[in-house]
Design a protein. Sequence first.
Length: 230
Amino acid sequence: MYNSLTRIQNTFGFFTTVAFVVAGLIAATDLITPRAPSTGLIAPTNIQVVKGRPHYYSSKKEEYAIIKFSLDADLSSLFTWNTKQLFVYVTAEWPGPANDTNEAVIWDSIITNPSADHLQNIGPVAMKKLKRSAEGKSIDPSRGLLKLRNQKPKYQITHPSSKIAETKDVVLKLHYNVQPWVGLLTWNQDRDIGLWKKLAGGVSENFSLPSLKSKNKGKDSQTKKKVQQK
C-alpha cells in the first residue's frame, strides 16, 4: 500500500513534529523561571579624553574618550539549564541634538554555561581552567556574579564630529542578552513581565567628560620644575 519512500517521509514528519513540540515545551519553561537581575554598583573610575588615532585603520586624528569603570552585578538568575550563554555589555550614553541619544559600547563579555564552554574562543590553558572550575556542573549561576574594579575599556568612544571633550550628562548603562539553547533571544527589559523582573539599577550617575588632555602639559610642568630649581 505504501512504498518505502512514503514510509520514510511519514516517519521523518512524525519525528520532526515531536522535536518541535519538545523544543516548544523547553522554551516555555523559561517563562516560569524567575529572573531578577540587579546591579549594586556601576561608576566610572578614570576618564581621559585624548587626541589621536583611536584605531589602527583611522585615517585622521580625532578626539576619543577612554573610560575605566567599576561594576557589581548579580545576573545569576539568568542562568538556567536552557541558557547557552549570556552576552553582557556596558555602554556610555549622552544626549544629542533633537532629543537623540548617542550610545557607544565600551566593554563586553560572553559568559557561557558549563555545557557551552566548548564554544568559548579562548586559548587552551584558559579553556582547561574554565572546564576544571565547572567540573561536574551543567549550570553555574555564580558565573553571573560580576565584580569588576577599575576595568579597562575594550573600546574607545568617538563621535562623527571628531569632537567629544567636555561632553555633559554622560551615563554608563549595563545591558545583557540571554541566548538559550532553544527559544527566543531576550534582552534586558524596561518593565516587569510576569516572573521576569527588569534590571534593578544598571545606570550610573551623570558625569561629564574632561577637557582634552594635552601632551604638552607634562613637558611644561617638567620645564617649570627645572626653572624653579635654577
